[in-house]
Design a protein around this ligand. Sequence first.
Ligand SMILES: Nc1ncnc2c1ncn2[C@@H]1O[C@H](COP(=O)(O)OP(=O)(O)OP(=O)(O)O)[C@@H](O)[C@H]1O
Length: 243
Amino acid sequence: MDDTDAPAVVAENLSKRYGGAVAVEDVSLRVATGDILGVLGVNGAGKTTTVEMIAGLRAPDSGHVRVLGLDPRHDRAKVRQVLGVQLQQAYLHHALTVAELVGLYRGFYPDPRSAEELLDLVGLTDRRTTRFERLSGGQQQRLSIALALAGRPRVVILDELTTGLDPRARRQMWATVEQLRDERVTVLLVTHAMEEVERLCDRVALLDGGRLLALETPAGLVARAGAANLDEAFVTLSGKELS
Ligand SMILES: Nc1ncnc2c1ncn2[C@@H]1O[C@H](COP(=O)(O)OP(=O)(O)OP(=O)(O)O)[C@@H](O)[C@H]1O
């Protein structure tokens, strides 16, 4: 493979305001190729805004982003071929069936995963003829993950991968991310689940009030907080503004 040690994702000095309110303030981070980065922070810390800017779905007020050397807002067509994003359900066409949506997405890419593999990865093989709008919330979420992986992306952004999933589906999604790790896919994983972070993430970016508080290994974060575990470290380090 032609992967070098260049970071897969570079964000420099990203800032975003909504009206007067700061959502993200001067966030810089790099994600090494093949790393899984957990993006953590209390509700409203700026996680989704940050990954949406990295995905090119939201324009930063200032700063810049490179995904595999590409600018996601200017090199849109090229970025779409290498970046998979777990979209919010509202973006999908609700009247289409699971198989139709998978077929539609596979059509965007030169060498897509097979429909069988995609449905198997997220456990929706027996739902292929169900319309999107008739799926349960968790099934809709799992489908959006399958669609993000359709084009064999080299970088994947997953925003709340397992929120609302049952324990079995959650384990299945973890296994899917572990498979991505084996394929040296770079993953940004927005999550509130510390068990997930411990299991999957090489490093974590901890956001608080729109700022990057820490970028280090999970164990490093625990040590820095003088905490017994990641849950405690999270509570110790973040959400000060709220309390
Ligand atoms: N479209 C929007 N318009 C106005 N304000 C917004 C918008 N989206 C987010 N915000 C605000 O920006 C801040 C950061 O929001 P963001 O969704 O990035 O946080 P988050 O860390 O992903 O939160 P959560 O854990 O609740 O998903 C919050 O204060 C939020 O209220």
